[in-house]
Ligand binder design. Structure first.
Ligand code: KG4
Ligand code: ZN
Length: 338
């Protein structure tokens, strides 16, 4: 049997239904994404039940589209699916579909870790990678700092003890009434603000130099809005005050993330630094990461902006390597939330 190179990837871990066909772990033959943002926006966050139902409605149509678009290259030779972590009901839709296809088409099935896929997307289209990398995955559900010795070998060195970075963006955007999802809204509002207008905490965790804490930062923003008495209603802010708070909050998150990332790179003698996950789309984070990596004399691997947020290109891509190195998962593959 020749090795599978053309992989169909599926991700239904949260609020995007994503499907892609990718060759050799990197060449995208077709990719589709259906965002559910509009459905969840009225609730200010992802409603798990709605997410699962929507995946069920959209997945089949997207599959037909990518299979049609990639048809001239030949059919997929394996199926990769996000197996963890995520919303359990949402994951089950993708895992069940992937199993059915693998069984019907007699193809190998491979389960992929969504957070590792975000880490892989930082190097997916790069030829020139030297390991190890200090790699940060910053998304709505995760803030994880890894020492990455290869595409498959990730050692967790730090994580958030409370909110994930993206979650902090979403919560602070909601406090500032900037809408949902909060990351892009704060990114935009912050461009008109002064990042040094307010000095906000950087979320150090005692005794754990690589861990993150963002809940104090969120509370600090709330104090700015309501004074010390949180039972009082929030003040109505001028647009410039909102911009200053958004910029100062964003600056605190960005500096907290980069401080840990570069410290780990230094301590481990890493050959480069990498950042993936939805928050890696952030303009200020991308700018400051480039500056800090340059100062440290290290190459920077950033997920392309459009592949920073959830997608199936990274899942099919990592699936290629997992399959090659570790072989397929069985049809008893489980979906696990953590
Ligand atoms: O990776 P992702 O699409 O989903 C998860 O796996 O969680 O990340 C979504 C998160 C959301 O919290 C969103 O607000 C944040 O990424 N995000 C951003 C930006 N774009 C998306 N945060 C800051 N700046 C952005 N431009
Ligand atoms: Zn994600």
């Amino acid at each position: 049997m020749t090795a599978a190179t053309r992989i169909l990837g599926i991700d239904t871990s949260c609020d995007e239904t994503a499907v892609a066909v990718v060759e050799e772990g990197r060449r995208v033959l077709s990719a589709r994404l259906s965002s559910q943002i509009g459905l969840h926006a009225p609730f200010g966050g992802v409603v798990p039940e709605i997410a699962s139902r929507r995946h069920l409605e959209t997945l089949f149509g997207l599959l037909q589209e990518v299979l049609e678009e990639s048809r001239s290259a030949g059919p997929p030779q394996a199926i990769a699916v996000t197996q963890k972590p995520g919303l359990i009901g949402a994951l089950l839709v993708g895992v069940s579909a992937a199993k059915a296809l693998a069984y019907a088409w007699r193809l190998p099935l491979v389960g992929v870790d969504h957070v590792h896929a975000h880490a892989y997307s930082t190097i997916q289209d790069r030829d020139d990678v030297s390991f190890p990398l200090a790699t940060l995955v910053v998304s709505g559900g995760h803030t994880s700092l890894f020492l990455m010795r290869s595409a498959l070998d990730l050692k967790l060195r730090g994580e958030t003890v409370d909110d994930a970075a993206g979650e902090a963006f979403d919560k602070v955007a909601s406090l500032l009434e900037l809408g949902y999802p909060g990351g892009p809204a704060i990114d935009k509002a912050a461009r008109r603000g002064n990042p040094h207008a307010h000095s906000l905490p950087r979320g150090e965790v005692k005794g754990a130099p690589f861990d993150f804490s963002f809940s104090g930062l969120k509370t600090a923003v709330r104090y700015h809005l309501r004074g010390q008495d949180l039972s009082q209603p929030a003040r109505v802010l001028e647009a410039s005050e909102v911009a200053d708070l958004a910029a100062s909050f964003q600056e605190a998150v960005v500096e907290a993330l980069l401080a840990r990332l570069l410290r780990l790179a230094g301590e481990e003698g890493a050959a480069g630094v990498a950042i993936g996950g939805g928050v890696a789309a952030n303009t200020r984070l991308r700018e400051r990461a480039a500056e800090r990596a340059h100062q440290a004399g290290l190459p920077l691997y950033l997920s392309p902006r459009e592949l920073a947020t959830d997608n199936a290109v990274m899942v099919a891509g990592l699936g290629f390597h997992v399959l090659r190195e570790r072989g397929p998962s069985g049809l008893d593959l489980e979906a696990t939330p953590h």
